[in-house]
Design a binder for this molecule. Sequence first.
Ligand SMILES: [Zn+2]
Ligand SMILES: [Zn+2]
Ligand SMILES: [Zn+2]
Length: 170
Amino acid sequence: MQAPEATVSGQQTGLTHDHAHCQDEAVRIAERLCLERGVRLTPIRRKLLELIWENHQAIKAYDLLEKFRPFDHAIKPATIYRTLDFLLEQGLIHRVESLNAFIGCSHSGQPHEQLLLLCERCHEVEERPGRAIMAAVALELEQAGFTPYRKAIEIHGLCARCVTDPTSLV
Ligand SMILES: [Zn+2]
Ligand SMILES: [Zn+2]
Ligand SMILES: [Zn+2]
């Protein structure tokens, strides 16, 4: 059985790919971007990014705090929030507004908007650039004279894998 080649481009999710590659690649890109920008990827920032990239599911700040405890039992919620803010500012992660949670960005280093497809069965999130949709939204905003600060579209449903799984039809 051959696993499809995994990249950090976000087009592959699920258990069928080499996820260690996604995680390594995300950290490697983060290291490069931080170096280029002259900001520090401290051990805490790096660890938190790794934890967010443990899978393709969105994770809440509280769950990240729990996951962090084995590495630093004295870690404070404020530290987690500050670190999340740093990762958000650097575009290494995204906030999933409708779940109040976070995911690793699959397109770090390139300016982009997000179309997030949220599977309600396996809880994986696929990030797509959604360029045609975003262009249509930009036109609508222009007509409204509205200046957006943030623009992300989140769609809930079943991913391609789950929709073909008969046990998902409830
Ligand atoms: Zn992966
Ligand atoms: Zn992204
Ligand atoms: Zn799914």
